[in-house]
Ligand binder design. Structure first.
Ligand code: AMP
Length: 205
């Protein structure tokens, strides 16, 4: 059995059509059910739909052979023990530094609100900018408004969320898209099953 871990939400919406084109379909009843492990049209492939941040964890530990996750999540997680085999080019956005104005970034110790703690720390460290990271799980845009942070690090797509909250995207940390990742051991032991599947998706892309 081949187990594929998919990220819930925005990425899933764009992943399902791609999987369908590659010959893997999940029935609507399965998707709408409360089941955590979903059957597919292929007897030897099952799908688990989990939080985006959990996808590299499942794949790293071999609980899933393959997974689809955003590059933002993979960078933040560190992504050990798994191979990033394909850039799927979906769910594209940018990981950016945003603030009310450019001047707000001029601080001896910059206070940064983000859920991307590791990526933000590394970025400012490489710039030689001292920073204090404030971990938030959502509504990052609020932090500069209420004086919790000088800036935020978050994903930006259209820029509408920033605009609605009086923030400007100032620096791009990373271009983000969804990646197909494979567990390192599965890549060897299930190669005959995984390789054609990866090649098939590559051809579609
Ligand atoms: P936007 O207003 O279009 O710039 O979208 C920004 C909001 O959507 C932020 O809250 C982001 O965290 C989220 N977002 C944008 N693109 C993605 C993506 N590819 N994957 C996950 N979240 C995203």
């Amino acid at each position: 059995m081949l187990t594929i871990a998919l990220s819930k939400g925005r990425i899933l919406e764009q992943t399902l059509p791609l999987l369908e084109k590659s010959g893997l379909t999940i029935a609507k009843e399965e998707l709408n059910s409360r089941k955590l492990i979903l059957d597919t049209n292929l007897a030897d492939v099952q799908v688990i739909i989990i939080r985006a941040t959990d996808v590299p964890v499942f794949v790293q530990h071999g609980a899933a052979d393959m997974g689809i996750a955003g590059k933002d999540i993979l960078l933040e997680h560190g992504a050990n023990n798994l191979f990033e085999v394909l850039d799927l080019g979906i769910a594209k956005c940018k990981l950016m530094v945003a603030a009310e104005s450019k001047d707000k970034l001029k601080q001896n110790t910059l206070k940064v609100a983000t859920k991307y703690v590791n990526s933000a720390k590394l970025y400012f460290q490489n710039k030689g900018q001292s920073c204090e990271i404030i971990k938030l799980f959502g509504a990052m845009e609020l932090a500069p408004k209420v004086g919790l942070a000088h800036c935020i690090v978050d994903l930006v797509d259209t820029g509408n969320t920033l605009k609605a909250n009086g923030l400007i995207a100032l620096e791009c940390i990373e271009q983000i898209s969804s990646r197909l990742v494979v567990n390192a051991a599965s890549f060897k032991t299930k190669n005959t099953q995984i390789k054609p599947w990866v090649q098939n998706i590559e051809r579609i892309l």
